[in-house]
Design a protein around this ligand. Structure first.
Ligand SMILES: Cc1cc2nc3c(=O)[nH]c(=O)nc-3n(C[C@H](O)[C@H](O)[C@H](O)COP(=O)(O)OP(=O)(O)OC[C@H]3O[C@@H](n4cnc5c(N)ncnc54)[C@H](O)[C@@H]3O)c2cc1C
Length: 396
Protein backbone atom coordinates (compact mmCIF):
# COMPACT_ATOMS: atom_id res chain seq x y z
CA UNK A 1 0.00 0.00 0.00
CA UNK A 2 1.34 3.44 -0.95
CA UNK A 3 -0.57 6.40 0.50
CA UNK A 4 1.28 9.14 -1.44
CA UNK A 5 0.06 10.66 -4.71
CA UNK A 6 2.22 9.79 -7.72
CA UNK A 7 3.39 12.61 -10.08
CA UNK A 8 0.69 11.54 -12.58
CA UNK A 9 -2.00 11.72 -9.88
CA UNK A 10 -0.77 15.13 -8.80
CA UNK A 11 -0.91 16.33 -12.44
CA UNK A 12 -4.47 14.99 -12.68
CA UNK A 13 -5.41 16.89 -9.53
CA UNK A 14 -4.09 20.18 -10.93
CA UNK A 15 -5.92 19.70 -14.24
CA UNK A 16 -9.16 18.96 -12.39
CA UNK A 17 -8.87 21.94 -10.01
CA UNK A 18 -8.38 24.27 -13.01
CA UNK A 19 -11.43 22.80 -14.79
CA UNK A 20 -13.64 23.03 -11.69
CA UNK A 21 -12.68 26.66 -11.12
CA UNK A 22 -14.10 27.49 -14.57
CA UNK A 23 -17.15 25.19 -14.65
CA UNK A 24 -18.60 25.32 -11.10
CA UNK A 25 -19.38 29.07 -11.21
CA UNK A 26 -21.48 28.44 -14.37
CA UNK A 27 -23.88 26.15 -12.45
CA UNK A 28 -27.03 27.90 -11.22
CA UNK A 29 -28.70 27.37 -7.83
CA UNK A 30 -29.98 23.83 -7.19
CA UNK A 31 -33.75 23.23 -7.54
CA UNK A 32 -36.06 22.75 -4.57
CA UNK A 33 -35.65 19.35 -2.84
CA UNK A 34 -39.09 18.15 -4.00
CA UNK A 35 -38.86 19.51 -7.55
CA UNK A 36 -37.99 16.13 -9.05
CA UNK A 37 -38.07 17.17 -12.72
CA UNK A 38 -35.82 20.09 -11.84
CA UNK A 39 -33.47 17.85 -9.83
CA UNK A 40 -33.23 15.35 -12.66
CA UNK A 41 -32.39 18.09 -15.17
CA UNK A 42 -29.90 19.75 -12.82
CA UNK A 43 -28.03 16.53 -11.96
CA UNK A 44 -27.97 15.26 -15.56
CA UNK A 45 -26.75 18.65 -16.83
CA UNK A 46 -23.79 18.52 -14.43
CA UNK A 47 -23.07 14.95 -15.49
CA UNK A 48 -23.07 16.07 -19.15
CA UNK A 49 -20.67 18.89 -18.27
CA UNK A 50 -18.35 16.36 -16.61
CA UNK A 51 -18.55 14.13 -19.67
CA UNK A 52 -17.74 16.97 -22.06
CA UNK A 53 -14.86 17.99 -19.82
CA UNK A 54 -13.45 14.42 -19.77
CA UNK A 55 -14.19 13.87 -16.07
CA UNK A 56 -17.14 11.47 -16.19
CA UNK A 57 -16.54 8.00 -14.77
CA UNK A 58 -13.01 8.71 -13.66
CA UNK A 59 -12.37 5.02 -12.85
CA UNK A 60 -14.55 3.54 -15.62
CA UNK A 61 -12.96 1.81 -18.64
CA UNK A 62 -12.04 4.04 -21.58
CA UNK A 63 -13.89 1.84 -24.09
CA UNK A 64 -17.24 2.78 -22.53
CA UNK A 65 -16.42 6.48 -22.37
CA UNK A 66 -14.83 6.61 -18.90
CA UNK A 67 -11.44 8.07 -18.12
CA UNK A 68 -9.84 4.72 -17.32
CA UNK A 69 -8.09 6.29 -14.37
CA UNK A 70 -7.17 4.68 -11.07
CA UNK A 71 -9.44 4.59 -8.00
CA UNK A 72 -6.96 6.97 -6.37
CA UNK A 73 -7.76 9.53 -9.07
CA UNK A 74 -11.45 8.92 -8.38
CA UNK A 75 -10.77 9.81 -4.77
CA UNK A 76 -8.90 12.96 -5.84
CA UNK A 77 -11.83 13.82 -8.07
CA UNK A 78 -14.36 13.51 -5.22
CA UNK A 79 -12.21 15.38 -2.78
CA UNK A 80 -11.54 18.35 -5.10
CA UNK A 81 -15.16 18.44 -6.30
CA UNK A 82 -16.37 18.79 -2.73
CA UNK A 83 -13.83 21.52 -1.98
CA UNK A 84 -14.96 23.41 -5.10
CA UNK A 85 -18.65 23.01 -4.06
CA UNK A 86 -19.43 21.19 -7.31
CA UNK A 87 -22.93 19.62 -7.54
CA UNK A 88 -23.36 16.28 -5.79
CA UNK A 89 -23.94 13.10 -7.82
CA UNK A 90 -27.68 13.37 -6.92
CA UNK A 91 -30.11 11.23 -8.91
CA UNK A 92 -27.14 9.68 -10.78
CA UNK A 93 -26.13 7.90 -7.57
CA UNK A 94 -27.19 4.35 -8.46
CA UNK A 95 -26.14 4.51 -12.11
CA UNK A 96 -22.71 5.99 -11.51
CA UNK A 97 -21.77 4.44 -8.21
CA UNK A 98 -23.07 0.89 -8.24
CA UNK A 99 -25.30 -0.27 -11.15
CA UNK A 100 -22.81 1.05 -13.71
CA UNK A 101 -19.74 -0.42 -11.98
CA UNK A 102 -21.56 -3.76 -11.59
CA UNK A 103 -22.33 -3.90 -15.33
CA UNK A 104 -18.76 -2.79 -16.11
CA UNK A 105 -17.51 -5.73 -13.99
CA UNK A 106 -19.98 -8.51 -14.86
CA UNK A 107 -22.11 -7.35 -17.83
CA UNK A 108 -21.87 -8.63 -21.39
CA UNK A 109 -20.21 -6.50 -24.09
CA UNK A 110 -23.67 -5.60 -25.43
CA UNK A 111 -24.83 -4.51 -21.97
CA UNK A 112 -21.70 -2.43 -21.41
CA UNK A 113 -22.11 -0.72 -24.79
CA UNK A 114 -25.82 -0.11 -24.33
CA UNK A 115 -25.94 1.19 -20.72
CA UNK A 116 -22.62 2.59 -19.58
CA UNK A 117 -22.16 5.47 -22.06
CA UNK A 118 -25.72 6.67 -21.35
CA UNK A 119 -24.95 6.91 -17.62
CA UNK A 120 -21.71 8.75 -18.24
CA UNK A 121 -23.23 11.20 -20.72
CA UNK A 122 -26.02 12.09 -18.29
CA UNK A 123 -28.80 10.65 -20.44
CA UNK A 124 -30.25 7.96 -18.16
CA UNK A 125 -31.05 7.73 -14.45
CA UNK A 126 -31.03 4.42 -12.55
CA UNK A 127 -32.71 3.26 -9.37
CA UNK A 128 -32.21 0.19 -7.18
CA UNK A 129 -35.07 -2.30 -6.76
CA UNK A 130 -33.62 -4.64 -4.13
CA UNK A 131 -35.57 -4.15 -0.84
CA UNK A 132 -39.08 -5.46 -0.33
CA UNK A 133 -41.54 -5.08 2.56
CA UNK A 134 -40.40 -8.47 3.96
CA UNK A 135 -36.84 -8.48 2.65
CA UNK A 136 -34.47 -5.74 3.82
CA UNK A 137 -31.62 -6.98 5.99
CA UNK A 138 -32.61 -10.50 5.01
CA UNK A 139 -32.53 -9.56 1.34
CA UNK A 140 -32.27 -13.17 0.15
CA UNK A 141 -35.87 -13.63 1.36
CA UNK A 142 -37.13 -11.48 -1.53
CA UNK A 143 -40.29 -12.71 -3.21
CA UNK A 144 -40.80 -10.64 -6.37
CA UNK A 145 -41.16 -13.47 -8.84
CA UNK A 146 -39.94 -13.72 -12.41
CA UNK A 147 -41.30 -16.47 -14.66
CA UNK A 148 -39.67 -17.27 -18.00
CA UNK A 149 -41.98 -16.85 -21.00
CA UNK A 150 -39.98 -17.39 -24.20
CA UNK A 151 -37.35 -14.65 -24.45
CA UNK A 152 -38.76 -12.67 -21.57
CA UNK A 153 -39.21 -12.76 -17.81
CA UNK A 154 -42.67 -11.84 -16.53
CA UNK A 155 -42.14 -10.07 -13.21
CA UNK A 156 -44.69 -9.44 -10.44
CA UNK A 157 -44.22 -8.24 -6.87
CA UNK A 158 -43.40 -5.18 -4.79
CA UNK A 159 -40.25 -3.23 -4.06
CA UNK A 160 -39.88 -0.55 -1.39
CA UNK A 161 -37.53 2.31 -0.41
CA UNK A 162 -36.59 2.68 -4.09
CA UNK A 163 -34.66 5.97 -4.12
CA UNK A 164 -35.31 8.26 -7.11
CA UNK A 165 -37.72 5.75 -8.71
CA UNK A 166 -39.99 8.56 -9.89
CA UNK A 167 -37.26 9.99 -12.15
CA UNK A 168 -35.48 6.77 -13.11
CA UNK A 169 -35.27 5.35 -16.63
CA UNK A 170 -33.83 2.00 -15.52
CA UNK A 171 -33.76 -0.17 -12.44
CA UNK A 172 -31.25 -2.74 -11.15
CA UNK A 173 -33.77 -5.33 -10.02
CA UNK A 174 -33.45 -8.48 -7.94
CA UNK A 175 -36.09 -11.13 -8.62
CA UNK A 176 -36.82 -14.68 -7.52
CA UNK A 177 -36.43 -17.17 -10.35
CA UNK A 178 -36.40 -20.32 -8.24
CA UNK A 179 -37.75 -21.54 -4.92
CA UNK A 180 -35.63 -24.70 -4.94
CA UNK A 181 -32.69 -25.00 -2.50
CA UNK A 182 -31.21 -22.21 -0.35
CA UNK A 183 -33.04 -18.90 -0.83
CA UNK A 184 -29.99 -16.96 -2.10
CA UNK A 185 -29.54 -19.51 -4.91
CA UNK A 186 -32.83 -18.65 -6.64
CA UNK A 187 -32.23 -14.95 -7.28
CA UNK A 188 -31.54 -13.19 -10.59
CA UNK A 189 -30.21 -9.64 -11.29
CA UNK A 190 -32.15 -7.90 -14.07
CA UNK A 191 -32.16 -4.52 -15.78
CA UNK A 192 -35.73 -3.19 -15.91
CA UNK A 193 -36.87 -0.35 -18.17
CA UNK A 194 -38.94 1.88 -15.85
CA UNK A 195 -41.24 2.82 -18.75
CA UNK A 196 -42.41 -0.80 -19.18
CA UNK A 197 -46.17 -1.40 -18.82
CA UNK A 198 -47.18 -2.79 -15.41
CA UNK A 199 -44.99 -0.55 -13.20
CA UNK A 200 -46.60 1.74 -10.64
CA UNK A 201 -44.44 4.11 -8.60
CA UNK A 202 -45.93 5.51 -5.36
CA UNK A 203 -43.65 8.10 -3.69
CA UNK A 204 -43.15 7.97 0.10
CA UNK A 205 -42.52 11.10 2.14
CA UNK A 206 -39.42 11.03 4.36
CA UNK A 207 -38.91 12.62 7.78
CA UNK A 208 -36.95 15.33 5.90
CA UNK A 209 -40.13 16.30 4.02
CA UNK A 210 -39.15 15.14 0.52
CA UNK A 211 -40.33 12.17 -1.51
CA UNK A 212 -36.83 10.74 -1.80
CA UNK A 213 -37.96 7.17 -2.27
CA UNK A 214 -41.00 5.18 -3.42
CA UNK A 215 -42.87 1.93 -3.33
CA UNK A 216 -42.72 0.24 -6.74
CA UNK A 217 -45.46 -2.20 -7.68
CA UNK A 218 -44.78 -4.64 -10.53
CA UNK A 219 -47.65 -6.32 -12.28
CA UNK A 220 -46.58 -8.75 -15.02
CA UNK A 221 -43.77 -6.53 -16.22
CA UNK A 222 -42.00 -8.06 -19.23
CA UNK A 223 -38.20 -7.94 -19.16
CA UNK A 224 -36.13 -9.39 -22.04
CA UNK A 225 -33.67 -12.13 -21.01
CA UNK A 226 -30.82 -10.16 -22.58
CA UNK A 227 -31.34 -7.72 -19.66
CA UNK A 228 -30.06 -10.33 -17.22
CA UNK A 229 -26.63 -9.68 -15.68
CA UNK A 230 -24.90 -12.93 -14.75
CA UNK A 231 -26.60 -16.32 -14.93
CA UNK A 232 -30.16 -17.16 -13.95
CA UNK A 233 -30.35 -17.98 -10.20
CA UNK A 234 -26.85 -16.55 -9.68
CA UNK A 235 -27.96 -12.96 -9.05
CA UNK A 236 -26.82 -13.12 -5.43
CA UNK A 237 -23.19 -13.17 -6.58
CA UNK A 238 -23.90 -10.17 -8.83
CA UNK A 239 -25.62 -8.36 -5.92
CA UNK A 240 -22.53 -8.93 -3.75
CA UNK A 241 -20.47 -7.06 -6.35
CA UNK A 242 -23.10 -4.27 -6.37
CA UNK A 243 -22.87 -4.07 -2.55
CA UNK A 244 -19.09 -3.96 -2.58
CA UNK A 245 -19.31 -0.82 -4.73
CA UNK A 246 -22.22 0.61 -2.71
CA UNK A 247 -20.42 0.16 0.61
CA UNK A 248 -16.89 0.51 -0.70
CA UNK A 249 -16.62 3.81 -2.51
CA UNK A 250 -20.13 5.25 -2.85
CA UNK A 251 -19.92 7.07 0.52
CA UNK A 252 -16.63 8.77 -0.28
CA UNK A 253 -17.96 12.18 -1.20
CA UNK A 254 -20.09 12.04 1.94
CA UNK A 255 -16.96 11.58 4.03
CA UNK A 256 -15.47 14.68 2.46
CA UNK A 257 -18.67 16.57 3.15
CA UNK A 258 -18.49 15.60 6.83
CA UNK A 259 -15.22 17.48 7.15
CA UNK A 260 -17.00 20.59 5.79
CA UNK A 261 -19.85 20.10 8.30
CA UNK A 262 -17.35 19.89 11.14
CA UNK A 263 -15.65 23.10 9.96
CA UNK A 264 -19.01 24.84 9.80
CA UNK A 265 -19.77 23.61 13.33
CA UNK A 266 -16.54 25.22 14.58
CA UNK A 267 -17.46 28.52 12.90
CA UNK A 268 -20.95 28.32 14.37
CA UNK A 269 -19.66 27.79 17.88
CA UNK A 270 -17.15 30.63 17.52
CA UNK A 271 -19.93 33.26 17.32
CA UNK A 272 -20.30 34.98 20.72
CA UNK A 273 -23.68 34.45 22.41
CA UNK A 274 -25.71 36.98 24.45
CA UNK A 275 -23.27 36.70 27.37
CA UNK A 276 -20.42 37.71 25.03
CA UNK A 277 -18.87 34.24 25.33
CA UNK A 278 -18.62 31.81 22.42
CA UNK A 279 -19.38 28.11 22.90
CA UNK A 280 -15.97 27.38 21.35
CA UNK A 281 -14.36 28.60 24.58
CA UNK A 282 -15.55 25.41 26.25
CA UNK A 283 -12.73 22.86 26.66
CA UNK A 284 -15.24 20.01 26.48
CA UNK A 285 -16.55 21.16 23.09
CA UNK A 286 -13.05 21.60 21.67
CA UNK A 287 -12.11 18.12 22.88
CA UNK A 288 -15.17 16.61 21.23
CA UNK A 289 -14.47 18.38 17.93
CA UNK A 290 -10.81 17.30 18.11
CA UNK A 291 -11.86 13.70 18.65
CA UNK A 292 -14.36 13.75 15.77
CA UNK A 293 -11.75 15.34 13.53
CA UNK A 294 -9.24 12.61 14.43
CA UNK A 295 -11.84 9.96 13.69
CA UNK A 296 -12.48 11.50 10.26
CA UNK A 297 -8.72 11.38 9.61
CA UNK A 298 -8.72 7.72 10.59
CA UNK A 299 -11.56 6.98 8.20
CA UNK A 300 -9.77 8.83 5.46
CA UNK A 301 -6.77 6.53 5.93
CA UNK A 302 -9.06 3.50 5.93
CA UNK A 303 -10.59 4.75 2.68
CA UNK A 304 -7.19 5.05 1.08
CA UNK A 305 -6.41 1.52 2.22
CA UNK A 306 -9.68 0.23 0.72
CA UNK A 307 -8.99 2.11 -2.50
CA UNK A 308 -5.48 0.76 -2.65
CA UNK A 309 -7.00 -2.74 -2.39
CA UNK A 310 -9.61 -1.93 -5.07
CA UNK A 311 -6.78 -0.80 -7.39
CA UNK A 312 -5.33 -4.30 -7.14
CA UNK A 313 -8.53 -6.37 -7.24
CA UNK A 314 -10.83 -4.22 -9.41
CA UNK A 315 -13.62 -4.45 -6.81
CA UNK A 316 -13.72 -2.78 -3.36
CA UNK A 317 -13.17 -5.41 -0.68
CA UNK A 318 -14.83 -6.29 2.61
CA UNK A 319 -13.22 -3.17 4.15
CA UNK A 320 -16.24 -1.31 2.72
CA UNK A 321 -18.38 -2.76 5.53
CA UNK A 322 -15.93 -1.51 8.20
CA UNK A 323 -15.99 1.92 6.61
CA UNK A 324 -19.80 2.04 6.23
CA UNK A 325 -20.39 0.95 9.83
CA UNK A 326 -17.96 3.41 11.41
CA UNK A 327 -18.70 6.29 9.08
CA UNK A 328 -22.50 6.22 9.40
CA UNK A 329 -22.29 6.19 13.21
CA UNK A 330 -19.60 8.91 13.27
CA UNK A 331 -21.75 11.06 11.03
CA UNK A 332 -24.60 10.79 13.54
CA UNK A 333 -22.27 11.88 16.36
CA UNK A 334 -21.14 14.93 14.34
CA UNK A 335 -24.76 15.89 13.74
CA UNK A 336 -25.73 15.31 17.40
CA UNK A 337 -23.02 17.76 18.42
CA UNK A 338 -24.10 20.29 15.78
CA UNK A 339 -27.65 20.17 17.12
CA UNK A 340 -26.39 20.93 20.65
CA UNK A 341 -24.26 23.82 19.37
CA UNK A 342 -27.16 25.26 17.35
CA UNK A 343 -29.31 25.62 20.46
CA UNK A 344 -32.19 28.00 19.82
CA UNK A 345 -31.16 28.45 16.19
CA UNK A 346 -32.71 25.04 15.60
CA UNK A 347 -36.05 26.83 15.61
CA UNK A 348 -35.11 28.71 12.44
CA UNK A 349 -34.87 25.50 10.40
CA UNK A 350 -36.35 25.55 6.91
CA UNK A 351 -37.79 28.73 5.54
CA UNK A 352 -36.68 31.15 8.28
CA UNK A 353 -33.67 32.51 6.43
CA UNK A 354 -30.99 30.66 8.41
CA UNK A 355 -29.12 28.57 5.82
CA UNK A 356 -26.49 27.35 8.31
CA UNK A 357 -29.12 26.04 10.74
CA UNK A 358 -31.05 24.49 7.84
CA UNK A 359 -27.91 22.78 6.52
CA UNK A 360 -27.14 21.22 9.92
CA UNK A 361 -30.72 20.16 10.65
CA UNK A 362 -31.01 18.58 7.19
CA UNK A 363 -27.67 16.81 7.75
CA UNK A 364 -28.96 15.60 11.16
CA UNK A 365 -32.19 14.21 9.70
CA UNK A 366 -30.29 12.58 6.84
CA UNK A 367 -27.77 11.05 9.25
CA UNK A 368 -30.57 9.09 10.96
CA UNK A 369 -31.09 7.08 7.76
CA UNK A 370 -27.39 6.44 7.24
CA UNK A 371 -27.18 3.52 9.67
CA UNK A 372 -30.06 1.87 7.76
CA UNK A 373 -29.44 2.56 4.06
CA UNK A 374 -27.08 0.19 2.19
CA UNK A 375 -27.30 -2.38 5.02
CA UNK A 376 -27.94 -1.56 8.69
CA UNK A 377 -25.19 -1.24 11.31
CA UNK A 378 -26.27 -4.55 12.85
CA UNK A 379 -25.90 -6.27 9.49
CA UNK A 380 -22.46 -4.70 8.92
CA UNK A 381 -21.41 -5.99 12.37
CA UNK A 382 -22.55 -9.48 11.41
CA UNK A 383 -20.55 -9.29 8.15
CA UNK A 384 -17.42 -8.09 9.95
CA UNK A 385 -17.80 -10.73 12.67
CA UNK A 386 -18.26 -13.60 10.23
CA UNK A 387 -16.18 -12.63 7.22
CA UNK A 388 -13.30 -10.64 8.73
CA UNK A 389 -13.01 -11.96 12.28
CA UNK A 390 -13.99 -15.52 11.36
CA UNK A 391 -16.55 -15.82 14.17
CA UNK A 392 -19.25 -18.52 13.90
CA UNK A 393 -22.15 -17.77 11.56
CA UNK A 394 -25.36 -16.35 13.01
CA UNK A 395 -27.95 -19.10 13.54
CA UNK A 396 -31.22 -18.05 11.85
C1 LIG B 1 -32.31 6.58 2.84
C2 LIG B 1 -32.54 5.17 2.39
C3 LIG B 1 -32.48 4.90 1.03
C4 LIG B 1 -32.72 3.59 0.58
N1 LIG B 1 -32.69 3.36 -0.77
C5 LIG B 1 -32.94 2.12 -1.22
C6 LIG B 1 -32.96 1.87 -2.63
O1 LIG B 1 -32.79 2.77 -3.47
N2 LIG B 1 -33.24 0.61 -3.04
C7 LIG B 1 -33.45 -0.42 -2.18
O2 LIG B 1 -33.64 -1.54 -2.61
N3 LIG B 1 -33.44 -0.21 -0.82
C8 LIG B 1 -33.20 1.03 -0.34
N4 LIG B 1 -33.21 1.26 1.02
C9 LIG B 1 -33.60 0.17 1.92
C10 LIG B 1 -32.48 -0.36 2.81
O3 LIG B 1 -31.58 -1.14 2.08
C11 LIG B 1 -33.17 -1.16 3.93
O4 LIG B 1 -33.93 -0.24 4.69
C12 LIG B 1 -32.19 -1.86 4.81
O5 LIG B 1 -31.55 -2.91 4.13
C13 LIG B 1 -32.85 -2.43 6.08
O6 LIG B 1 -33.96 -3.21 5.75
P1 LIG B 1 -35.37 -2.96 6.45
O7 LIG B 1 -35.69 -1.52 6.35
O8 LIG B 1 -36.33 -3.94 5.86
O9 LIG B 1 -35.16 -3.27 7.99
P2 LIG B 1 -35.19 -4.72 8.67
O10 LIG B 1 -34.35 -5.66 7.89
O11 LIG B 1 -36.60 -5.10 8.94
O12 LIG B 1 -34.45 -4.43 10.04
C14 LIG B 1 -35.13 -3.93 11.21
C15 LIG B 1 -34.12 -3.90 12.35
O13 LIG B 1 -33.71 -5.24 12.67
C16 LIG B 1 -32.29 -5.35 12.63
N5 LIG B 1 -31.88 -6.66 12.13
C17 LIG B 1 -32.40 -7.29 11.04
N6 LIG B 1 -31.74 -8.47 10.85
C18 LIG B 1 -30.82 -8.58 11.82
C19 LIG B 1 -29.83 -9.57 12.15
N7 LIG B 1 -29.69 -10.66 11.42
N8 LIG B 1 -29.03 -9.32 13.21
C20 LIG B 1 -29.17 -8.20 13.97
N9 LIG B 1 -30.09 -7.23 13.71
C21 LIG B 1 -30.90 -7.42 12.65
C22 LIG B 1 -31.86 -4.27 11.67
O14 LIG B 1 -30.51 -3.90 11.87
C23 LIG B 1 -32.84 -3.15 12.00
O15 LIG B 1 -32.39 -2.43 13.12
C24 LIG B 1 -32.99 2.55 1.50
C25 LIG B 1 -33.06 2.85 2.87
C26 LIG B 1 -32.85 4.14 3.32
C27 LIG B 1 -32.92 4.41 4.77
Amino acid sequence: MDLRFSPAEEAFRRELVAWLSVEVPKVGPPPDKDDWDGRRKFDLAWQRRLFDGGFAGIDWPKDVGGRGASPVEQMIYLSESEKAHAPYVGVNFVGLLHAGPTIATLGTTEQKNRYLPEILMGNEVWCQGFSEPSAGSDLAALETKAIRDGDEYVVSGQKIWTSHAQVADLCELLVRTSKEGPKHKGITWLIMDMRSPGIEVRPLKTIGGSTEFSEVFLNEVRIPIENRVGKENEGWKVAMVTFSFERGTAFLSDLIRSRELLKSLVQLSSIPGKSGKAKWESDALRQQVGLLSGELDGLWSLTRRNISQASKDGVPGIGGSVFKLYYSELRQRISDLAIKVLGQRLMSYDGFGDPVATEHVEAYIYSISMTIAAGTSQVQRNIIAERILGLPKESL
